[in-house]
Design a protein around this ligand. Structure first.
Ligand code: ADP
Length: 605
């Protein structure tokens, strides 16, 4: 019993949420549709009542050779009213369809936008987790279905009112008949709801399998994998995976559907049998003279309304019940809160500040090992810092913590002695300009691609040109026929330009230069740059950050030996810290690495 009550309460909460969604996405369409719904609701009853009057009028006068004048007038008036009601009925349905289409599109887009907005607000740790991807794909896949559910909420209310009116009419005729009708649809309603629950439960359970199918499709359809698909002839392998998963899922889904469909076939006959029996008895009563032919037509119309509205209620209800779980998950998704604290209120307005890592330890999740262990260091924002260490030693993680992608598990990062969490994350990030190793390539124009790092300055053509020059990207963008308005990649534009790995990196570096920051961060740029380009980038960086701060991550120690402070990381711990001279004198890991590289260079020469 408690379960039923909780289920009903949940259902009404969802109903209210749906109405709120409909209202907030477009107040105008919502109100217009409410008015049209009221008209659509009233019109059929007007038609039924008028038809009864018309038939009774005709029956009374059917044997007379000519109709008396008053009856003729009444006949004409009722006929015209009937025509008017029918026209209004049709017109309101047509207008409803039109406005529902507009409302649906508006709502669909609003919901997708909310999902995008939420995903952009959440911190990076969400993107590390498979469970989050499940939620994202569930929310975006379900957003049209949720729109549908919200529409069903409106339908449900409309048909409920229609049912109550029809029920009241029928109740005047028979006290128990309306209840018998209602009882007759309960079994099929319950079955349909159970079917919907079973299918959605199944979908949630096998969501990661469905994502694997989607991934297989992405591999075959995306440009990123197009080369591999051909050189390794991967299609048969991927296709087997795709169809293999589908086969299993489909047979399970079919079994569930079949089980419920068999039951529904039996149960849905029940209300029809009752309606037919009632009309048969009513027909006998007309023959006996207890009811008029107009009554028969009227009650038949009411029955049609009752049956029609009951079916519509069941359909709306089950779709809403189906949507209930989706909406609950959608609400859950929108309710996710960042693990990174975002309630800081301080603004970092000073261009020069002190950065301090104090006993910082960090791991990417509770069940993973620590990747930074009790790290301590500090530097001035105007200094040039270098991070060195083997792959996986935690260099990039330090940058990610500094940029508030994550918060430390233990210890503190302090800016001018204040915990970084006390600042607004955006106000901290604004002070930095970063090129990560896995920088992003945008299928935008050159102008957009560069100015993304500070969109408020997108019209500053000179600054865009300067940034392209500083990164060396002007060597190829200068040749583009459409100049700064040339699209990168041919994804959206046939005249777009494709770039090589190194060229993409120069675009990313131009983007970093475009932003006026206090500290420039360059994470391992040598991955896709040739030696000469890398040299140029480093020289540009030196020029750029004259008077500014820089954090460099590089394996080529020749690039960093001029840094003010070199941090040597070893498996998440700070092994050494100091200037090049100090570290060479200490004769530790850094000195060893440096001599090894210097030897290689001298041998090569
Ligand atoms: P480096 O920049 O020195 O190469 P990173 O800071 O990128 O090293 O990585 C440090 C360690 O953290 C590595 O063992 C890496 O596998 C792990 N790691 C990096 N990113 C993630 C992540 N998103 N989730 C889990 N582990 C991660």
């Amino acid at each position: 019993m408690r379960k039923v009550i909780r289920g009903t309460v949940d259902f009404f909460k969802i109903l209210i949420y749906c109405v709120q969604l409909l209202w907030t996405t477009s107040k105008k369409y919502f109100l217009i549709r409410i008015i049209l719904n009221i008209v659509s609701l009233a019109a059929p009853f007007a038609v039924i009542s008028l038809t009864r009057s018309l038939i009774n009028l005709l029956a009374r006068n059917s044997s007379a050779t000519s109709m008396p004048g008053t009856a003729m007038q009444a006949f004409l008036a009722v006929s015209l009213l009937l025509l008017g009601s029918n026209i209004i009925n049709q017109a309101s349905e047509t207008a409803s369809t039109y406005f529902a289409g507009l409302h649906r599109e508006t709502m669909d887009t609003t919901m997708k936008h909310l999902i995008m907005e939420k995903a952009a607000q959440l911190d990076l740790s969400f993107f590390d987790s498979a469970a989050f991807y499940n939620e994202v794909s569930d929310a975006s896949r379900n957003s049209p279905l949720i729109t549908n559910s919200a529409f069903q909420a409106m339908n449900l209310i409309r048909y409920l009112v229609q049912f109550i009116i029809a029920f009241a009419y029928l109740f005047q005729f028979s006290l128990i008949l309306p209840f018998v009708f209602v009882a007759s649809v309960i079994p099929s309603t319950v079955t349909q709801i159970k079917q919907v629950e079973a299918i959605y439960g199944f979908q949630r359970q096998f969501m990661s399998e469905e994502r694997k199918m989607q991934y297989a499709a992405d591999v075959l359809l995306s440009r990123e994998f197009a080369k591999d698909v051909r050189i390794y002839n991967i299609f048969p392998f991927i296709s087997k995976k795709f169809l293999g998963i589908w086969d299993i899922l489909f047979s399970k889904k079919r079994a569930i559907s079949l089980r419920y469909t068999k039951l529904l076939l039996l149960l849905s006959a029940l209300p029809e049998i009752i309606a037919a029996a009632f009309l048969f008895l009513l027909g006998l009563s007309v023959i006996r003279g207890a009811h008029t032919i107009g009554d028969y037509s009227f009650l038949q119309g009411i029955m049609t309304q009752i049956l029609g509205s009951m079916y519509a209620i069941i359909s709306s209800y089950t779709q809403l019940a189906d949507g209930k779980m989706r909406i609950q998950n959608y609400k859950k998704f929108l309710g996710f809160v960042s693990n990174v604290r975002t309630d800081g209120t301080l603004e970092l307005t000073k261009p020069f500040f002190k950065v301090e890592f104090r006993n910082v330890s960090f791991r990417y999740s509770e069940n993973l090992p620590f990747v930074l262990k009790d790290v301590n260091f500090s530097f001035d924002s105007r200094q040039k810092i270098a991070l060195v260490g083997a792959n996986g030693s935690g260099k990039t993680t330090i940058i990610k913590l500094l940029l508030r992608f994550y918060d430390p598990a233990e210890g503190q990062i302090l800016l001018d002695g204040i915990d970084i969490r006390e600042y607004k994350p955006d106000s901290v990030r604004r002070r930095f300009s970063t090129v990560f190793q896995d920088y992003s390539n945008y299928a935008f124009t050159v102008r957009e691609s560069v100015s993304l790092s500070d969109v408020s300055q997108a019209n500053d053509q000179e600054r865009i040109m300067d940034s392209l020059k500083q990164s060396g990207a002007d060597s190829f963008t200068a040749r583009f026929p459409m100049g700064l308005d040339t699209y990168l990649t041919r994804r959206y534009d046939d005249s777009g330009q494709e770039l090589s790995g190194g060229q993409w990196q120069k675009m990313a570096i131009a983007r970093a230069f475009f932003r006026k920051a206090d500290i420039y961060i360059l994470d391992e740029p040598s991955a896709s740059l040739d030696a000469q380009s890398e040299d140029e980038v480093f020289r540009m960086f030196q020029a750029m950050y004259a008077g500014k701060g820089a954090v460099l991550i590089s394996h080529r120690l020749s690039n960093i030996h001029l840094s003010d402070l070199i941090l040597v990381l070893d498996n998440g711990s700070l092994a050494e810290i100091g200037s090049h001279g100090e570290l060479m004198a200490a004769n530790g890991t850094y000195a060893h690495m440096y001599r090894l590289q210097a030897d290689k260079y001298s041998q090569a020469q």
